[in-house]
Design a protein around this ligand. Structure first.
Ligand code: ZN
Length: 206
């Protein structure tokens, strides 16, 4: 994956502009049960005011990677959202139903963007690098908070949060062609303690 978060640009980090990906192709509003592009853009703008999102954007700027105008976009894409180095964050509106999901996706992807900014020689093709960022994103975003887990039908038991982080990290790694199932598992185990306990830029895990 291309490196690409140089200094240039100098866009105002304050105002995030959001646009929905032009819905080429399919006519009509069949959005597969997801949000309409309009609601999704509204949701992204509202998520941009979430304290955690604002905090992460501020930390990106401090770390020398201010986000540009269209850093976060609404799009039609196969997952809930993604981050690409140099390409910003896509919220997959077609797979999203609630405001809370938008906010979660953005927080999760911002942690990847932060890692991309502060990790020297970040290589998304490297299974261990990617795994570390997934552990952090799933842990620090609160994706595995017990209330969200209850909604997914998983019971809260002791140690469950860590199981959840592992499960979701492995799920995300499936999209990386350089991470076979076995190497993804090995990578997650090998780096678990370091990456799970690395709560930057937060003082502690949520
Ligand atoms: Zn992720």
């Amino acid at each position: 994956m291309a490196e690409g978060h140089g200094g240039g640009g100098g866009g105002a980090a304050a105002g995030i502009r959001v646009e929905a990906e032009s819905s080429s192709g399919k006519s009509g509003g069949s959005n597969g049960g997801g949000m309409s592009p309009e609601d999704c853009v509204k949701g992204i703008l509202s998520a941009a005011n979430h304290p955690k999102v604002r905090f992460l954007l501020g930390e990106m700027e401090k770390a020398g990677c201010p986000v540009w105008g269209h850093f976060i976009k609404g799009a039609t894409c196969p997952t809930a959202g993604d981050y690409r180095s140099g390409g910003g964050i896509r919220v997959c509106c077609n797979n999203i139903r609630f405001q809370d999901e938008i906010t979660q996706v953005i927080i999760h992807e911002l942690i990847h963007a932060y890692d991309d900014c502060v990790t020297k020689n970040m290589n998304w093709n490297n299974c261990a690098h990617h795994a570390c960022s997934e552990i952090r994103a799933n842990h620090l975003s609160g994706d595995c908070h017990y209330k969200r887990e209850l909604l997914r039908g998983f019971m809260k038991i002791r140690g469950h949060e860590q199981d959840c982080v592992k499960r979701r990290a492995l799920m995300s790694l499936k999209n990386n062609p350089n991470c076979s199932e076995a190497s993804a598992k090995d990578a997650v185990e090998a780096i678990w303690n370091i990456c799970y306990n690395d709560t930057r830029p937060f003082d502690r895990a949520p």
